[in-house]
Write a protein that binds this ligand. Structure first.
Ligand SMILES: Cc1ncc(COP(=O)(O)O)c(C=O)c1O
Length: 502
């Protein structure tokens, strides 16, 4: 694996040795959600006498006297939801060319229409979380304002179960009972690891992951491996920086009990052929869990076609609210899984007889409003059409990739897109000699462009690539080519600013 000659701005070398991936160190905690690392090198730079005046002299774009920060932003959101439509907006932008999907959908997302530090917000952190359209905000609002008090309880239960039906239809599950609501994808993977894993894994068994997994698909398996004596095996990357499925195939054996892989990498943008991985794994009797956090929001995912045993995703990455995600599991597998906790999902309290899936795993009062919001998000995405979303994102993602590639000294991670190689609409990258957090901070403060920096909860992958952090720009349906252009110009501006100190 080639290492790029990137140095930290503060003089530190961001490379450190690749650890033995066959015995990874346990990670105590999963990634906190909004935790870009502190801009240490930027602060250091700004504290130097030479740096401060330069940054202050950078042009500040149209400071907006009406921008009063977060409080007023949420006030505006709350007051606008009731008047909004539930259908994706069809309003076109001015001009003769037909409007892009980004131009068509952006009026539906109130949060996008604000200025940040005097610049129009350009939100390119969609792999972390997506924004929510009016229709989802409206559904959330209405879920707490159901009409007809006498029907309140029944109405809420029906709406919650309707949301389950919507998720099932969206991923083409055989039946709604194959969908279990969880708090997020991380909890869904933990549910499988603890409920299925604890009863099915033992010493000598093997769990196969790739080095490109999100910590959410590593830590639960590490903990279960420690408890059961099973071993973790990691698949590396090919020269093209895609998880090496030929290596995965070779690792499969009678010892393999579960293969847990991402569908689309949140760092590399690579897309794995899940159907092939499932076929090979099933041939040797192993179960497959698919982390579909970065695919379900962006493309049509058909669980029956993929034939995976488990698949997980999170609502907040697909226009829905935070606080809810889901586990899809084949009915037979789910019904054999052990009861973990809770009280209201048993049919007989005297002997704790478990009810059938999926409610047996949903203990206590569920995230009802959030599930209803997720249902509204699915309605929104379905009205646009997942194929249309995928096509648009592919075009926009390629535009982002090639625009970034045209900047000298930029190293993009993951495969080059081509007719046969598809990437998710995101680019993780580094710029030679500049720390990614410095770039992200300057883009945010000077240009209103929100990207992410850090290890994106994929530390083993970053170590494998020989870096400890990267910057990431990630797109969604409401982004446009114009926004990609603004990001590219802002990045060039940041590079020339930091280069003046080298
Ligand atoms: C590929 C992947 N898996 C899992 C997760 C975890 O999702 P959540 O935090 O919603 O559980 C993420 C979130 O960034 C992700 O990108």
């Amino acid at each position: 694996m080639q290492k790029s000659p990137i140095q930290g701005l503060n003089g530190s070398n961001p490379f450190y040795p690749v650890p033995s991936l066959s015995s990874p160190r346990p990670m105590a905690a999963l990634c906190p959600f909004s935790s870009p690392s502190l801009p240490q090198s930027l602060s250091k730079l700004l504290s130097q006498s030479k740096a401060q005046p330069l940054l202050l002299n950078l042009p500040i774009r149209n400071p907006n006297p009406n921008f009063t920060g977060i409080t007023s932003k949420f006030h505006n959101l709350a007051s606008s939801v009731s008047s909004s439509s539930t259908t994706p907006s069809t309003s076109a932008s001015a001009g003769t060319e037909s409007p892009s999907l980004g131009n068509i959908t952006r009026p539906d997302f109130p949060i996008l229409h604000q200025t940040v530090n005097g610049s129009n917000l350009v939100y390119l952190d969609n792999a972390a979380t997506s924004q929510k359209p009016f229709s989802v905000l409206k559904a959330l609002n209405e879920s707490y304002n159901l009409d007809g008090v006498e029907n309140l309880s029944a109405g809420t239960t029906n709406a919650y179960e309707l949301a389950r039906e919507k998720v099932a239809a969206f991923i083409n599950a055989g039946e709604p009972t194959e969908v279990v609501f969880t708090r997020n994808a991380t909890e869904a993977i933990n549910l499988v690891a603890y409920s299925w894993g604890l009863s099915n894994l033992m010493s000598g068994d093997e769990i196969i992951l790739t080095v490109a997994e999100h910590h959410s698909n590593i830590v639960p398996w590490q903990l279960i491996a420690q408890k059961t004596g099973a071993t973790l095996k990691y698949v590396g990357l090919t020269e093209e920086e895609v998880p090496d499925i030929e290596q995965l195939k070779k690792l499969l054996s009678s010892k393999t009990k579960v293969v847990a892989v991402q569908h689309v990498s949140n760092v590399l943008g690579s897309v794995l052929p899940i159907d092939e991985i499932v076929a090979w794994s099933h041939d040797i009797g192993a179960k497959v869990l698919v982390d579909a956090c970065q695919s379900v929001p962006h493309m049509a995912v058909d669980v029956q076609k993929l034939d995976a045993d488990f698949l997980v995703a999170s609502s907040h990455k697909m226009c829905g609210p935070t606080g809810v995600g889901f586990l899809y599991g084949k009915r037979k597998v789910l019904s054999e899984m052990a009861l973990l906790d809770g009280a209201n999902m048993i049919s007989d309290v005297d002997n704790s007889t478990a009810v059938e899936p999926s409610s047996r795993f949903e203990s206590g009062t569920s995230a009802i409003a959030q599930a209803i919001g997720l249902g509204a998000a699915i309605d929104y995405l379905s009205r646009i059409g997942m194929q249309r979303i995928q096509d648009y994102e592919e075009e926009l993602g390629n535009y982002l990739y090639h625009s970034l590639l045209s900047i000298p000294n930029v190293r993009i991670y993951g495969p080059s897109p081509s007719k046969t190689v598809h990437r998710g609409a995101l680019c993780s990258f580094n710029v030679e000699n500049i720390h990614p957090t410095d770039i992200a901070t300057l883009l945010d403060e000077q240009h209103g462009v929100a990207i992410r920096s850090g290890h994106h909860c994929a530390q083993p992958l970053h170590r494998y690539l020989g870096i400890n952090a990267s910057a990431r720009a990630s797109l969604y349906i409401y982004n446009t080519k114009e926004e990609v252009d603004i990001f590219i110009e802002a990045l060039k501006d940041a590079i020339s600013f930091f280069s003046s100190y080298m």
